[in-house]
Ligand binder design. Structure first.
Ligand code: AMP
Length: 394
């Protein structure tokens, strides 16, 4: 990576503002249901503690839309972080108010505090310069380690870099290393699995990956727009009629680039979009009216498995079925299992795919599971991420 990291500057004893991605899922009682994003932030925080920094952490959580709402408080994160670090993390009751300022002024070397959810101020998402300046007052250096929000130019991800020297933490460094190396220097064959609900969400990434991969395996809801482009009927399957021409163009581009682009050859259908519905498996030519394609079928699993066995690099973004329902998770789980057993670099884009791989208990068997859904997608599309562009060059 050509951006400076916390290893590249002298941080000894400095006051440091760190943007983390603590946007963790919680249940209705504010219990954290998945702490992976907190765990992923630990290496950077521990390093700053070793450097005897005075550490002010910030993050967003959910979408409180510019006002204080208790259910979006980061207090449960401070508690979990204290547990993970084995030292107290002080929790401020406000963002840039008196409480946060007083706590920050009284920090001792190696102490850690967390300010409240930056999205309690609407100025955060507006990237308001004055709000960014107030945040910047917490540090002498800004460390961005929030990969999950690096695709947003918000006050705490980009705005603060106008007032402070800005470097990346270890998580962003790691994400860029795995995603970047795979794209720039993949060991071949390089295969990408793309799923998810809509073609429209994935146009950019399909277009960009067609320049890089040897093979594209398509699954999920977007398959049916391609099916329609090929003249198959799709029943009630999710399909974007206004993207049919685009689907044709993408298939032509694949041909022109000599990229093998495969679509599911069979599907598991549901009578309804529901976790407990009647199901049947049919070949792709035979989707009847009144049924909806909700997973890839067994023949497709077999076909994709054979293709993936040849791969030396795999990037996967988007589940190949409605993996939230056990009934339609078989395709996604089977491919996750195949990937977990490959002798290859295996990279899972964040979001639903990461959640599915985690649920299958296979996350540890992958080379890298990204912590950023939208951010990894934009990175794969070849877009510049504002939260990374703003960091100092090496
Ligand atoms: P994405 O957010 O683009 O990664 O896509 C993941 C979402 O796509 C999940 O919520 C899946 O339930 C959904 N999805 C996958 N396959 C289908 C399908 N065949 N029909 C409808 N939704 C699907």
């Amino acid at each position: 990576m050509n951006k400076k990291t916390i290893r590249d500057i002298d941080l000894k004893g400095k006051r440091v503002l760190v943007r983390c991605d603590f946007n963790v899922p919680m249940d209705e009682n504010q219990n954290i249901t998945d702490n992976r994003r907190i765990v992923a932030a630990l290496p950077t925080i521990k390093y700053l503690i070793e450097q005897e920094c005075k550490i002010v952490l910030c993050s967003h959580l959910g979408r409180p839309k510019g006002e204080f709402k208790k259910e979006f408080s980061l207090a449960p994160v401070a508690a979990e972080l204290s547990k993970q670090l084995g030292q107290e993390v002080l929790m401020a009751t406000d963002v840039i108010g008196e409480n946060a300022k007083t706590l920050a002024e009284n920090l001792k070397p190696g102490q850690v505090m967390l300010i409240e959810n930056v999205r309690f101020h609407k100025e955060e998402t507006e990237n308001d310069p004055e709000f960014a300046k107030q945040l910047a007052n917490f540090g002498e250096v800004f460390v961005n380690d929030a990969f999950g929000t690096a695709h947003r130019a918000h006050a705490s991800t980009e705005g603060v870099s106008h007032y402070l020297p800005a470097v990346s933490g270890f998580l962003i460094e790691k994400e860029l290393k795995f995603l970047g190396d795979a794209l720039e220097n993949p060991e071949r064959p390089f295969i990408s699995i793309l799923g998810g609900s809509k073609v429209s969400d994935k146009i950019g990434v399909i277009d960009s990956l067609l320049e890089k991969v040897d093979e594209l395996l398509i699954g999920g809801g977007m398959s049916y727009t391609f099916y329609k482009a090929l003249g198959y009927s799709v029943g009630n399957s999710i399909c974007e009629d206004d993207k049919i021409d685009l689907a044709k163009e993408l298939m032509e581009k694949a041909k022109a680039k000599n990229v093998k682009m495969l679509l599911p050859i069979d599907n598991k259908l549901g009578k309804e979009f529901s976790a407990n519905t009647e199901t049947m498996v049919v070949d792709r030519e035979s989707i009847p009216d009144g049924w909806e394609g909700l997973d890839i079928g067994p023949k497709t699993i077999e076909l994709y498995t054979e293709e993936l066995k040849k791969a030396k690099t795999v990037i996967w973004n988007g589940t190949v079925g409605v993996a939230e329902f056990d009934l339609f998770a078989e395709g996604t789980n089977s491919l996750a299992k195949v990937l977990s057993e490959l002798d290859a670099t295996t990279i899972i884009g964040g979001g639903d795919t990461a959640a599915a791989v985690q649920k299958a208990g296979l996350a540890d068997k992958m080379t890298h599971v990204s912590t950023g859904g939208g951010a990894s997608l934009e990175f794969l599309e070849g877009k510049k991420l504002p939260g990374i562009e703003c960091l100092m060059d090496k």
